[in-house]
Design a protein around this ligand. Sequence first.
Ligand code: ADP
Length: 218
Amino acid sequence: MKKLYGVIGLGRFGGSICKELSKEGGEVLALDLDEDKVNEYKEIASDAVIADSTDELALKELGFRNLDHVIVAIGDNIHASILTTLLLREIGVKRITVKAQNDYHEKILQKIGADEIVHPERDMGKRIAHSIISSNVLDYLELSDEYSVVEIKAGEKMQGKTLLELDIRAKYGCNVVAIKRGKEINVSPMADEQIMYEDILIIIGADKDISRFEKALV
Ligand code: ADP
């Protein structure tokens, strides 16, 4: 059965989620207080409605309880974001993802049972900072406070060497989990795999180890 999604708040973040889910064929109910925003998404989402998501009755009447996954993308109004999440939980929405504005907001969202809490600006800021520090860092994904996955263009110092010669695990404590070469991706590189010009390495490890690795080899 087709999954049913709800997007509450059609700012830049919610709007982009709504567009992408719809583009991928998802059934999306979009909601915002603002009439212009709702009109903008009438053609994009399966349905777009003007409503206040802190109004329990409105959420019930719109059938939010039947949705599989709701994304709360209310921007600055933390109070409305919290209340909306609480109501969605009470109504029985299966999965709720909420955009948090700050750590205090996140703590409350955790307490009231949001399934996923995202910090798009903070995470994007970190990713961009890493690619500014080294133009060879293509992407950066934080796994926890201590561990990350990075996508790195093979530096000159790596080219022509095998993973065994580079000895990344022993020297830097990081693991090369995959190597991208053009359209091919090798998800279990062997020790005798030779790194070539323009290879992209996917590396997992503790942030401090990744940082040592980047300084030495990237
Ligand atoms: P972004 O930073 O992602 O652009 P915005 O703060 O611009 O976020 O957008 C948040 C959206 O959420 C706005 O379009 C606003 O009208 C909507 N919104 C705020 N409060 C409510 C509410 N209680 N019910 C429905 N929509 C809301």
